[in-house]
Design a protein around this ligand. Structure first.
Ligand SMILES: NC(=O)c1ccc[n+]([C@@H]2O[C@H](COP(=O)([O-])OP(=O)(O)OC[C@H]3O[C@@H](n4cnc5c(N)ncnc54)[C@H](OP(=O)(O)O)[C@@H]3O)[C@@H](O)[C@H]2O)c1
Length: 267
């Protein structure tokens, strides 16, 4: 008797990968492409997206797509995703990921900052889901994975607007997972810990000038909070996202999964 291995294959599936021009999104694109998915890479920078697309293995069913859109413009997101689906067909895997809100305390944040962050994260996710879920239902297969933050469990000091927005995305995802579970669609969220990307670099830079300490000192303090003793490589997050997007993760639905080297104190 042969025992089949876990089914991680994404051959024949289309994936929409948001924030794919760099960092965690790019690493996720690499992981999904390595499992055979045909991708649509989304962000604002066409040139960077084309560079990422050219670096990926080309799937048997055709080349990867690039889609330039700004999640801060909800009407443009609606049009771009609707047009994409008419043009190239349904996407049964969606990775919701975008640039994090600016750092700062919550008390002094302007109301407009909350509106902007909710537009980029919650509203963009909602529009993308509304445009892609019909195709997932038809296929009887759907995977929505949201890149959020460990702040869902433990709010992070000086990331006020971000903390509030991340909680909203987690709650949106959990609610959606209940509504879509019976269609073979899962909605899960990955909570990256400190991951070695441009976003982390700019957070370290900001803390360094605020606290009057060198960037190395700030980075060392942050590493000291992580049992693993180091920052994550982007692929360590991207690979987990690809797992959740794969057939083998069919019975995982509605979870928030920290990928943080053990940093969170909560169970
Ligand atoms: N790195 C960490 O340690 C860490 C930890 C916890 C949570 N996170 C969160 O995880 C997410 C990804 O992190 P990262 O470190 O990979 O971030 P990153 O390096 O800043 O990458 C963000 C990606 O989102 C795209 N993007 C930004 N604003 C956009 C917009 N308005 N519309 C469309 N695309 C947009 C960027 O491309 P363009 O500029 O070309 O549009 C880029 O591809 C962020 O939300 C971040 O806050 C990161």
């Amino acid at each position: 008797m042969t025992i089949p291995p876990p089914n991680l294959s994404l051959a024949g599936r289309r994936a929409l990968v948001c924030g794919a021009s760099q960092g965690i999104g790019r690493a996720t694109a690499e992981a999904l492409a390595s499992l055979g998915a045909r991708l649509t890479l989304v962000a604002r920078s066409a040139e960077k997206l084309r560079t990422v697309a050219a670096s990926l293995p080309v799937p048997e069913d055709g080349p990867h797509e690039v889609l330039v859109v700004d999640f801060d413009d909800s009407a443009a997101v609606r049009t771009a995703i609707a047009d994409l689906i008419v043009r190239v067909g349904p996407h049964t895997i969606v990775i919701n990921n975008s640039g994090g809100p600016a750092a700062g305390p919550i008390f002094t944040a302007a109301p407009e900052e909350f509106i902007a962050a909710m537009t980029r994260h919650v509203i963009a996710n909602q529009i993308i889901a509304q445009e892609t879920v019909p195709g997932m239902k038809e296929a009887g297969y759907g995977r929505i994975v949201n890149v959020i933050s460990t702040s869902v469990y433990e709010p992070i000091a000086n990331l006020g607007v971000s903390n509030a927005t991340r909680g909203a995305v987690a709650s949106w995802a959990k609610t959606l997972s209940k509504e879509l579970g019976s269609f073979g669609i899962t909605v899960n969220s990955v909570l990256p810990g400190f991951t070695d990307t441009e976003r982390l670099g700019s957070l370290i830079e900001g803390r360094s000038s605020k606290e009057g300490r060198s960037e190395d000192q700030v980075a060392d303090t942050m590493r000291g909070l992580i049992p693993a003793g180091r920052f994550a490589a982007p692929r360590e997050v991207g690979d987990v996202i690809a797992f959740l997007a794969s057939p083998v993760a069919s019975y995982i639905n509605g979870v928030c999964l920290p990928v943080d080297g053990g940093r969170l104190a909560s169970i």
